[in-house]
Design a protein around this ligand. Sequence first.
Ligand code: FPP
Length: 246
Amino acid sequence: MEQLDPDKLPRHVAIIMDGNGRWAKRRALTRLVGHQKGTESVRDIVRTSRELGIKWLTLYAFSEENWKRPSYEVKALMGLLNRYLKSELKEMMDNGIRLACIGQTEKLPPEVQRTLWQTIEKTEHNTEMTLTLALSYGGRQEIVQAVKKMLEDIEKGTLHVKRITEERLSEYLYTADTPDPDLLIRTSGEYRISNFLLWQVAYTEIFITPTLWPDFRKERYLEALLDYQKRERRFGSTGEQTIHPE
Ligand code: FPP
């Protein structure tokens, strides 16, 4: 396999992890087994990202729409998340990984919220990589809450309509302190954004693979990164002016 250029790695990778259900169905297994296998892929991709020196990784772990799934599946996903956070704390501490979350996390079961916030607090001084989990997340909802907060600030007199710019609006999103993703990966072959980071992916390179999430491990990830490195990112300028992220 071709070598990755360490100087041209994306600063921020965002992933829509899809296909756990299909992976299980093809093997006549329950969807829950698919989610368990998917959790192993999460471990592998987090570890690989850290090894490569990627600074920001954002995973779409549970969407706003996922609440509509049967309650036993929601419960199982919450259980997996809770266990994942507990079992990965040591790895996060040993490897300088800071945990963050975006979304309406107040909707999560209290026990999961507790584990989540404890993990966020314990890892807050880690500086090598930020792992952000999108939980009960929806891109449009994120923009709506940003608009509401902006209006509150306008009422308070701390924000002036004339001062509203793209940068200012970005500061009201859940991702305020995070650079926009350079690369968005979606597994299992669907050509959709599914309400993920709508504002933030304006100039993001998109990589869609038919590989189902439980099969998306280091090797497939390296292929996606290699594909990204072959692209020319122009951000609307001409080919001669191509810019690469720091
Ligand atoms: C999509 O598969 C996946 C999800 C619903 C979310 C991803 C969840 C995990 C990988 C497990 C837990 C997460 C963490 C961070 C430990 P799907 O069920 O939509 O698959 P399908 O489209 O084939 O049915």
